[in-house]
Write a protein that binds this ligand. Structure first.
Ligand code: FAD
Length: 489
């Protein structure tokens, strides 16, 4: 008799969703192996904003998830626009430039609402994601499409709730236990895992294994190998433990690589952020209000259409674009007109401040003459219209390169501020190919018996960019499927 029915490798959102799902599907003995010690547990999930993107047809569909929302936010339901599957599809297709794997995307989108309800049923408590995607207009809060709900207490709460739920369902958690290698029996079925812990190296046997141990974002050697320069010296926004171990173990068994191995999710973060995620600051180093300002590099030049789209559709590619600027640094410049639109997390940073734009530029460690010219050219290119942060307002700066397509206002109201930013890596896009049962395929395109994958390890969904809130949803959808499918083994 094997040691376990299901071994889940990892203890983030995807892995613990898989472990809980495996128990629910009847697997009596389920263990989650967590490489981190208890005080650093939970992977990127702990650091996340806990935002969950899912499709829903009516605002009313949110009521089972946030039953008391209207008592905290009067008129909550009125401000929410439906986000049907077709819109989720449009967003995913557009931001990935048509590269998202249609079969995997169909599973993700089609099961997103059912899965978030399943999470709520398991005991994940949720709340409206006001500070991440809500903008107050009069007495109503307007929401970024599809990104309305997050786990209560964000990623810290989500991770803590998953551990509590998993433990209450009898899932064993083995901390400070690294999976090192997968074991296959003579027929090719994955029958166990070689692990390393304080006692040394040993083997655990199981009927099935679920890989939920993240991408390779925390491994500079793999980043250099697949993402190239300058990713080897990027700051990591989350856990230090996602070093590609699961991908290596799967590839050693001829797993089929899938998706964009040269791509990753990376965002503009405080240039002074620590090299790895801070357990307390979590995602508060993010600097995502760039659509309302002007972004310049060390050469004093603009290099990105700050107003291309709402931030949740562009932030995940902007980090890499900044990292590829001279010294990997840029400056977000705002005036007082938009001070109330800057996300609360800007308070964790130290901006340059001045009473005049000229005075601000004089403080910045960049080509100041070029920056003044850039700002003059931007000013001259501004068009007419009405600024509205809740819609793509078409208020553009045209005729400059690059244009600013929306929310382009004059920088004319003191005080002026500039926040130094760099690009921080969140997670990598390359992964293994899974089927609709979250089974890992091998290079003959057949499932590897007994091997499943979920979360960041699933390749094919994201390319170049990503719609905010999709990572956790993908982890929950494929984790839930992987757990049930592993239990059936
Ligand atoms: C700062 C930040 C903010 C984010 N905000 C959001 C958000 O609001 N919404 C959203 O959808 N996404 C967000 N994301 C992305 C999201 O966190 C990830 O997509 C998601 O958490 C990935 O879940 P996962 O379970 O695949 O991986 P993780 O949560 O990273 O879990 C991986 C687990 O595997 C373990 N592990 C690694 N190697 C081994 C090994 N060899 N043996 C055993 N265990 C191992 C790790 O310790 C960890 O427990 C954010 C990420 C970051 C870093």
């Amino acid at each position: 008799m094997p040691d376990y029915d299901v071994i889940v490798i990892g203890a983030g959102n995807a892995a613990l969703a898989a472990a809980v799902s495996a128990r629910e599907a009847g697997a009596p003995r389920v263990v989650a192996l967590e490489k981190a010690p208890p005080e650093l547990r939970g992977g990127n999930t702990h650091y996340s904003g806990g935002l969950l993107r899912f499709a829903f047809d009516r605002a009313e569909d949110l009521r089972p998830l946030v039953p008391d929302a209207e008592s905290h936010i009067p008129g909550f339901m009125t401000g929410v626009q439906p986000y049907p599957k077709t819109l989720f599809w449009d967003d995913l297709r557009r931001v990935t430039e048509g590269h998202t794997d249609p079969e995997l995307a169909e599973i993700l989108i089609d099961r997103s609402y059912d899965t978030i309800c399943w999470m709520a049923k398991q005991g994940i408590v949720m709340e409206p994601a006001v500070s991440l995607s809500g903008i107050k207009v009069g007495n109503t809060i307007k929401w970024s499409p599809g990104a309305v709900i997050r786990a209560r207490h964000e990623g810290v709460g989500l991770s803590r709730m998953w551990f509590e739920i998993a433990e209450s369902r009898g899932v064993e958690i083995r901390y400070a236990t690294s999976a090192v290698r997968l074991v296959q029996d003579a027929r090719g079925r994955v029958s166990g895992v070689v692990v390393r812990d304080a006692q040394g190296v040993s083997e655990l046997s199981a009927k099935a294994v679920v890989l939920g141990c993240g991408g390779f974002e925390s491994n500079p050697e793999w980043r250099a190998r697949y993402l190239g320069r300058p990713w080897d010296h990027a700051k990591v926004r989350g856990t230090r433990y996602n070093t590609g171990d699961g991908l290596r173990m799967a590839l050693e068994l001829s797993a089929l690589p899938h998706g964009q191995w040269t791509g990753c999710h990376s965002t503009p973060i405080d240039a002074n952020a620590p090299p790895f995620g801070d357990r307390k600051l979590t995602d508060k180093t993010n600097r995502l209000s760039f659509p309302f300002g002007v972004l310049v590099n060390r050469n004093g030049r603009r290099f990105f259409d700050e107003g291309e789209d709402f931030q949740l559709y562009t932030y995940a590619k902007l980090g890499g674009i900044i990292l590829n600027q001279p010294s990997g640094i840029a400056y977000q410049i705002f005036d007082a007109k938009v001070a109330n639109l800057l996300e609360g997390r800007y308070k964790t940073g130290k901006p340059f401040v001045a009473d005049s734009l000229k005075g601000l530029v004089e403080q910045l460690p960049l080509d100041q003459a070029a920056c003044r010219t850039t700002l003059d050219e931007y000013d001259a290119a501004l068009g007419d219209g009405t600024f509205d942060p809740t819609i793509r307002d078409g208020l553009a700066a045209q005729g400059v390169e690059p244009a600013k397509s929306n929310w382009a206002q004059r920088l004319d109201t003191p005080p002026f501020v500039a926040y130094p930013v760099t690009g921080g890596i969140t997670f990598t896009f390359g992964g293994v190919h899974v089927n609709d049962r979250a089974q890992v395929l091998d290079t003959t395109w057949a499932p590897i018996p007994g091997l499943h994958a979920c979360g960041e390890m699933v390749g094919g969904l994201f390319h170049t960019n990503y719609p905010g809130g999709t990572g956790l949803m993908s982890g929950a959808v494929f984790g839930r499927i992987a757990g049930a499918s592993a239990a059936a083994a």
